[in-house]
Ligand binder design. Structure first.
Ligand code: THU
Length: 133
């Protein structure tokens, strides 16, 4: 299951729009419905509006009615080079995950041939949640 998700993220990465960093990222998000939502990073000449692959996948899913999630696979690497074994989601994306996912939501990192699975809680401990509000 995780390998399929990683392979789907690799395909999504092909659509990355990253002419400034040349760092291409793909994500594949598994919803509780069983549907997979893909995403890539989308950069901008003014830099700030850049959207990470993970948030692209989440916002696609949310905007299509999916509200519960099981896992996300993320792959990344510089254009023309091998996939990086070390790309992890940025802080903003981790906070978006906290908004919609349980602590045991799975984050799959690495490559399709060599990946590790992390619980969301381990990547953003003591996070601020909407339970507080
Ligand atoms: N990026 C992602 O899409 N996801 C990550 O987990 C890390 C960073 C993107 C943002 C930007 O387009 C490029 O990678 C370099 O930071």
């Amino acid at each position: 299951m995780y390998k399929t998700l990683m392979e789907t993220a690799v395909k999504a990465r092909e659509f990355a729009y990253a002419p400034y960093s040349n760092y291409l990222v793909g994500a594949a998000l598994l919803g509780a419905s069983g549907k997979i939502y893909t995403g890539c990073n989308v950069e901008n000449a003014t830099y700030t509006p850049t959207n990470c692959a993970e948030r692209t996948a989440f916002f696609k899913a949310i905007s299509e009615g999916e509200r519960e999630f099981k896992a996300i696979a993320i792959v990344a690497g510089k254009r023309g080079e091998k996939l990086s074994p070390t790309c992890t989601p940025c802080g903003v994306c981790r906070q978006v995950m906290v908004e919609f996912c349980d602590k045991d939501f799975k984050i799959v990192l690495g490559t399709p041939d060599d990946y590790k699975v992390y619980d969301l809680e381990s990547l953003i401990p003591l996070s601020f949640t909407n339970d507080e509000l």
